[in-house]
Design a binder for this molecule. Structure first.
Ligand SMILES: Cc1cc2nc3c(=O)[nH]c(=O)nc-3n(C[C@H](O)[C@H](O)[C@H](O)COP(=O)(O)O)c2cc1C
Length: 187
């Protein structure tokens, strides 16, 4: 797959099949991530590869977060929603936490977030090139203390993404507003 084709065809994958993702694929993704552009060569990233019983723990934390949210919103199906949140992770062989190391300088922090986002996107593209799909997840789980503890994330760090990684069962179609409608050409 050439780079442009990868950029155009990549999609967020919501449904994965059961085939496990190898450590070799994960290493290629991580190696792509660390090539991302980053101002002052701050290299403000860290990665946590979550498998096995650690992934089960994380899936359980997702359940807890989803249950608390659904109950707060008085959703009648709270238990079912939370169980689904756990199952979303339970069916995966790996999730990668992408962590930003936080600078004391707010502007640096902003630029570093951009760099870590570039790194995350690079991982999604490196995976896609190998036929592997990803899902960039955020939400309350990225701030949930037990999840932070599991990933050994300290007070001067934040989780930018929980990246689900797996072989796609379905590749969705997600249309975009054409670039022409988003572009001003000054000539
Ligand atoms: C910073 C960031 C956070 C995201 N967080 C979530 C999320 O928590 N849940 C989710 O379903 N998708 C999340 N996404 C994925 C977007 O929903 C997805 O990229 C969008 O629907 C466009 O689909 P595509 O990636 O297939 O083009 C996130 C994407 C980014 C860049």
């Amino acid at each position: 797959m050439d780079l442009y084709e990868g950029l155009i065809s990549r999609r967020t994958i919501h449904r994965f099949d059961n085939k496990p993702v190898s450590d070799d694929v994960i290493r290629l993704m991580l190696n792509a991530a660390i090539q991302a552009p980053n101002h002052h060569l701050s290299e403000p990233w860290r990665f946590v590869v979550i498998r096995g019983s650690s992934l089960k723990d994380l899936a359980h934390y997702r359940y807890e977060v989803a249950l608390a949210k659904a109950r707060k919103q008085n959703r009648p199906q709270a238990e079912r929603i939370a169980t689904q949140a756990r199952e979303d992770y339970a069916m995966l062989s790996v999730v990668i936490a992408v962590v930003q190391m936080l600078s004391d300088d707010p502007y640096r922090q902003l630029e570093d977030y951009a760099a870590v986002s570039c790194a995350t996107y690079a991982m999604t593209l490196a995976a896609w090139n190998l036929g592997v799909g990803t899902y960039w997840g955020t939400g309350a789980i990225t701030r949930y203390p037990p999840a932070l503890q599991l990933c050994q994330v300290s007070n001067d760090e934040r989780i930018v993404a929980f990246l689900r990684v797996g072989y796609p069962a379905v590749v969705p179609h997600v249309p975009r507003v054409p670039a022409e409608e988003k572009t001003l050409w000054l000539i």
